[in-house]
Design a protein around this ligand. Structure first.
Ligand SMILES: O=C(O)CCC(=O)C(=O)O
Ligand SMILES: [Fe+2]
Length: 310
């Protein structure tokens, strides 16, 4: 892979280079600026007929899955049976990705389907988090493209974000290892803003941004679909801690998309399938302290969106 120098070290934060988010082949130039400074942007809406067909097929998939898991274990299709996960992935690929690939310059970025996300009625809010790192964010970007299939508001668990927080240096993020809890969670609360997204509208955001979705107060599931948009031909990573190997290291496995699509990707960590790089692990408290100590800089960075680049 050719190194794509997306981030520039500036003090101890990773500040995006001016053209780094110039990844669209059509649309509004402001999308790139929003992505760069705020960390998220809306990039249009699925055509109505595509949305309707996707919604109908998705509801059928959810209904069939619920029949098989009567205790309501269905929360996130990512954690579902392998065949359901694959069916979901294929549907996202067929109905959502063509729209993304039309807008995004596929010479600059690659688009991969992930799955559906189901937020059932009454579920306690997902705590604020950052998504696992899937690339080396010092040199590459990874964005989520998130689209709800119903209007998404505070009532049914919309997304909330901390604008500007995507420039943080918590880069080696392991899936499920979330230091945003307790005091840090409380401190961040006041910076989070809700993002209302209409059914079929596409929200793009950096996987590194501090975000989450709130409680669904309506007695219907809030369904969404998700893909990822990453630097062209990027080297994928999956980060992992293993106390038996070391208590103060985190390991970055250099994986490929095939790895993420396996029934149990973690098995690869013990098979020697992929090479790994080791990093010092700041641990829960270290990461929390680091995130909190830069809050003012995240705010200042987001403000640049309104103040201009100078
Ligand atoms: O759909 C949701 O509620 C979860 C959203 C989220 O955290 C994500 O897409 O990364
Ligand atoms: Fe997330």
């Amino acid at each position: 892979m050719e190194a794509q120098q997306t981030y520039m070290e500036d003090t101890d934060l990773y500040v995006l280079q001016p053209d780094s988010m110039d990844i669209f082949q059509k649309g509004d130039p402001d999308w790139s600026r929003q992505l760069k400074y705020l960390g998220y942007t809306k990039i249009g809406k699925l055509p109505q007929e595509v949305l309707e067909e996707l919604k109908e097929k998705s509801e059928t998939l959810v209904k069939e899955t619920k029949k098989r898991y009567p205790k309501g274990e269905l929360f996130n299709l990512i954690n579902c049976d392998y065949d359901v996960k694959m069916a979901s992935n294929e549907m996202v690929d067929n109905y959502f990705n063509p729209f993304l690939k039309d807008i995004i310059d596929t010479n600059k970025a690659d688009v991969y389907a992930v799955s559906h996300l189901v937020k059932p009625f009454g579920l306690k809010s997902d705590i604020w988090h950052q998504d696992s790192a899937i690339v080396d964010e010092r040199v590459a970007f990874s964005l989520n493209a998130w689209t709800p299939l119903v209007n998404s508001t505070k009532l049914n668990g919309c997304l909330w974000v901390f604008p500007g927080s995507h420039i943080n240096t918590n880069l080696n993020r392991q899936f499920g290892y979330n230091p945003v809890e307790k005091d840090l969670l409380k401190s961040l609360q006041k910076y989070m803003i809700p993002v209302y997204v209409e059914a079929g509208e596409v929200l793009l955001f950096h996987r590194s941004i501090i975000h989450g979705s709130s409680r669904n107060w309506l007695p219907y599931s809030r369904l969404a679909v998700e893909s990822v948009v990453v630097s062209k031909d990027v080297q994928f990573y999956n980060f992992h801690r293993e106390e038996a190997w070391s208590k103060d290291k985190v390991y970055g496995f250099q994986v490929d998309m095939e790895h993420f699509m396996k029934p149990d990707p973690k098995e690869d960590f013990y098979k020697g399938t992929y090479p790994k790089i080791e990093f010092d692990d700041p641990g829960f408290e270290g990461i929390a302290e680091n995130l909190l100590s830069h809050v003012a800089e995240y705010q200042a960075y987001a403000k640049k969106y309104y103040d201009g680049d100078a």
